[in-house]
Design a protein around this ligand. Structure first.
Ligand code: HPA
Ligand code: ZN
Length: 344
């Protein structure tokens, strides 16, 4: 069934949560150039258009190389504030009520930018948005998996003061960057420490990596959600387990096609995973690099796959259910979603 204009409008306007969003992946080329100029950083691209043209990826690594280069313009608290504010504006426009936002401290501390600057800039924007816009948010610190576990342990130590002073915002840890060759088991010790600290746990797994990495994320890291996880479709027993245990997948359709996890959106397995009873959610991953924010991801999936209004409701409901907010806040947001669908 083709996507009708009416359903497209419902999808755009329905309240939703975003659970898989890298704040460094929201840096639009225009902001990269503006920050480069403000900070006197030289960029290897002559113009915004030339930089945007470089966003032609053939796999995860070809994206990550450009994504880390883009993040090199972030130096001051103001830079992190401006980046976070720009994302919030896009999210609010897409009717995102709650976001759980990833950030990569090692990308910044390795360049000599103190964690204090990263945290202060993001927190100022998020606290302001909470008060002025009612925009709810949490932060999830991601360890870079291409680096040794010792670096992740040191990063956790450096972040302990923020887990203590911002418990309402900084709630958990994740695992991102180059997946192949860096299985979850490499980070068993650091995640064990995070669990002992009572932190919420997620990890990227099964984006490019095999289903075995999803098993490791569940069994060794003890994740509560799987980021991407689309390669679970290759493993029947794993699908049964994910459905039974209600482990949510934070799927990112435009990311998956831009990074050639699927050649074409019509090949995406999101619909099959939903039909199999999995708690699938739709998210934007790195919207500045992959062609759109969360609504663009919903609409791209609905345009190419056989999905219904009931699926749209389920996806948004899953996004609230799988979030790390308390039950009362969850019920309130799901109530808002239910009233939205009943009103039409
Ligand atoms: N996968 C792994 N690492 C990442 C991603 C992703 O989709 N986006 C930003 N870092
Ligand atoms: Zn991601």
């Amino acid at each position: 069934m083709p996507l009708t204009p009416q359903l497209a409008e419902k999808i755009r306007r329905m309240p939703k949560a975003e659970l898989h969003l890298h704040i460094e992946g929201t840096l639009e080329p225009e902001l990269i150039f503006a920050l480069a100029e403000r900070n006197g950083v030289a960029l290897p691209y002559p113009s915004v258009e030339a930089l945007r043209r470089a966003y032609a990826f053939h796999d995860l690594q070809s994206f990550l190389d450009i994504y880390y280069a883009g993040a090199s313009v972030l130096l001051t608290e103001e830079d992190f504030y401006d980046m976070t504010r720009a994302y919030i504006a896009h999210a609010v426009a897409d009717h995102v009520r709650h976001a759980e936002i990833f950030f990569d401290p090692q990308t910044h501390t390795a360049r000599g930018v103190p964690l204090e600057i990263v945290m202060a800039g993001m927190e100022r924007a998020l606290a302001e948005a909470e008060i002025k816009l009612g925009f709810s948010s949490r932060l999830i610190l991601c360890f870079l998996r291409h680096l040794p576990e010792e670096d992740a342990l040191a990063t956790l130590d450096a972040a302990l003061p923020y887990f203590r002073s911002l418990p309402h915002r900084l709630i958990g840890v994740g695992l991102d960057s180059s997946e192949l060759g860096h299985p979850p088991a490499k980070f068993a010790r650091v995640f064990e420490r995070c669990r002992a600290l009572g932190l919420r746990i997620v990890a990227h797994a099964g984006e490019e990596g095999p289903p075995e990495y999803i098993h490791e994320a569940l069994d060794i890291l003890r994740v509560e959600r799987i980021d991407h996880g689309v390669r679970a479709i290759e493993d029947e027993a794993l699908l049964d387990r994910l459905a039974r245990e209600r482990i949510a997948l934070t799927v990112c359709p435009l990311s998956n096609t831009r990074l050639k996890v699927f050649d074409d959106m019509a090949d995406h397995t999101l619909g099959a995973l939903l039909d199999r009873g999995l708690a699938v959610t739709i998210n934007s991953d790195d919207p500045a690099y992959f062609g759109g924010y969360v609504n663009a991801n919903y609409l791209a999936a609905f345009e190419s796959l056989d999905l219904t209004a009931q699926d749209a409701y389920t996806l948004a409901r899953n996004s609230f259910e799988a979030s790390f907010i308390d039950d009362r806040a969850k019920r309130a947001l799901i109530g808002e979603l239910d009233r939205f669908w009943q009103a039409s």
